[in-house]
Design a protein around this ligand. Structure first.
Ligand code: MTE
Length: 301
């Protein structure tokens, strides 16, 4: 269990480490604003039993194809990623569309820390202490219309920042796209993360803002988001488009539905010896299981 004192120290560290990093000042402002209003960072009760993965693993073993396809590429190739500001557009079926600097957005939401399991479709896992805010807070700011059924997310397309976006032929289409059903997006476990391990997100982890949906495979956790659209039709996400037989829209963690080329029954725990059993919905069945009543996981994987 993290004590308030550790939390306080962590928060100080978060603020301190933010200074000097290119996309960080807004985080510091936001945290300071929250401190003065006294809003507490909150915790999921069950997260206290999870042991976070070593930070060095979580920041050096990554998937972020905009920086290359190898696990070490994102860290190695993102050293010059330094956008001077970051705008997010929230548009589509909403009453209040907005184009907002992340710095300003963070003044309107409450930052929380959430320690979540992360399960990649490649059958490895980590535990990450995220800092972010609930996606439903953002949705309530823009007010989805009655036509909004899904949320579509798009990574920034800017080859000057993401070297692999320059390639004429790539095995995946850029920009990276992901989506959620509106009720999934409104679930309190769905967050937009701006930090981890008490610090501002590093480029390789999806700076300055990325999605985190802990009951789904990691490829849903779209990084470096520039656009969020509320739409009436189900969006086709990047991996589904690339290979629909192997990757579905739902991507709910399920030990009983194997990937066509490997089992999903167990997972390699990064930084630990051996494997562990994979849990249905990555251990979040109690919280989100009701969202999938009546859905056939073998068809809608
Ligand atoms: N987002 C974008 N824009 N591009 C990517 O290649 N990879 C996804 C996801 N988000 C990816 C992305 C995959 S496959 C995984 S497993 C997670 O990010 C990995 O997040 P991590 O490197 O922070 O662990």
């Amino acid at each position: 269990m993290i004590t308030p004192e550790e939390l306080f120290l962590q928060r100080r560290k978060f603020m301190k480490l933010g200074i000097g990093a290119s996309v960080a000042p807004f985080l510091i402002d936001s945290l300071m604003a929250q401190t003065s209003f006294g809003a507490p960072l909150d915790y999921l009760p069950q997260s206290s039993s999870l042991k976070p993965t070593k930070e060095e693993h979580a920041t050096s073993y990554n998937n972020f194809y905009e920086f290359g396809f190898g696990k070490n590429d994102p860290k190695a190739n993102s050293k010059h990623f330094a956008p001077s500001s970051w705008k997010i557009q929230i548009t589509g079926e909403v009453q209040n569309p907005m184009q907002i600097e992340l710095e300003d957005l963070l003044k309107k939401v409450k930052l929380v820390e959430r320690i979540y399991r992360l399960r990649c479709v490649e059958a490895w896992s980590m535990v990450i202490p995220w800092i972010g805010f609930e996606l439903r807070e953002l949705l309530s700011l823009v007010k989805p219309t009655a036509k909004a059924k899904y949320v579509k997310f798009t990574t920034l397309f800017d080859p000057s920042l993401f070297p692999a976006q320059k390639a004429l032929f790539s095995s995946i289409d850029f920009p990276y796209v992901e989506g959620l059903r509106l009720d999934e997006a409104n679930h309190p476990l769905s967050i937009l993360a701006v930090g981890m391990y008490g610090k501002t997100l590093l480029p390789q982890n999806g700076a300055p803002i990325r999605l985190v949906v802990p009951w789904k495979y990691g490829f849903k956790y779209i990084k470096s988001i520039a656009k969020i659209e509320l739409v009436s039709e189900r969006p086709i996400s990047t991996w589904e488009k690339q290979n629909p037989r192997e990757y579905g829209f739902y991507a709910n963690v399920n030990p009983d539905v194997p990937h066509p080329r490997w089992s999903q029954a167990s997972e390699r725990v990064i930084g630990e010896r051996g494997r562990q059993r994979t849990l249905y919905l990555n251990g979040y069945d109690k919280e989100v299981g009701y969202l999938y009543d009546g859905l056939n996981p073998k068809k809608l994987y």
